[in-house]
Design a protein around this ligand. Structure first.
Ligand code: ADP
Length: 181
């Protein structure tokens, strides 16, 4: 089973994916690490401090890795804010976080104001879920991490994997925060 874990930077993808991978014994692919290790970028946006990822190279690399794993019988977690752009999936989880809370988490990470604002606006208008839904349709679930622990988020994802719960796109709405920052 291929599970994509996506969401705005700071929502908790890395934290939750690490715990989840341990719990369900999954093969974990961290896209940020992969991009670094395999140099899957064309340059760096100095102003924002982002790597400009070569998406074709990234998808080729992911295809290659996934092709070597028996994913019909094993779990593969692909984690990163670009993961939902990969077309192969059985399930997509978009982690969400209330923009006020997200701002706090981003400040802790020491990000500058423009970077924080850009990401918070992306969260308010729900870019990841929108893009994910266009590619993966009903496989996409969105989970609000604002008032639950990472362990509880893992529990909710396991419920979704088992088919016991569903969190369709549209169940989390932070539009009221748009323009507030
Ligand atoms: P991302 O990989 O999405 O950029 P990280 O996992 O690196 O996010 O960072 C998220 C931060 O938010 C971590 O410091 C984590 O401890 C914190 N956090 C607080 N509550 C949660 C939660 N419910 N789920 C995930 N992360 C949380």
């Amino acid at each position: 089973m291929i599970i994509l874990i996506t969401g705005t930077p700071g929502v908790g993808k890395t934290t939750v994916s690490g715990l989840l991978a341990e719990k369900i014994n999954a093969y974990l692919i961290d896209i940020n690490k992969l991009v670094d290790e395999k140099h899957l970028y064309t340059g760096i946006d100095e102003e924002k401090g982002y790597k400009i990822v070569n998406l074709d190279d990234l998808f080729n690399e992911l295809d290659h890795i996934v092709g070597e794993i028996d994913y019909l019988n094993e779990y593969i977690l692909i984690e990163g804010h670009l993961s939902h752009l990969f077309e192969k999936s059985d399930l997509v989880i978009v982690l969400r976080a209330n923009p006020d809370m997200l701002q706090g988490r981003m400040k802790t990470k020491g990000w500058n104001k423009p970077k924080i604002r850009e990401n918070i606006e992306a969260e308010a208008i729900d870019i990841c879920s929108y893009e994910a839904f266009e590619i993966h349709g009903d496989k996409v679930n969105e989970i609000d991490t604002s008032n639950v622990s990472p362990e509880e988020v893992v529990g909710l994802i396991i419920d979704v994997i088992k088919g016991d719960k569903k969190f369709p796109v549209g169940s989390v709405d932070f539009l009221e925060y748009l323009g507030k920052f």
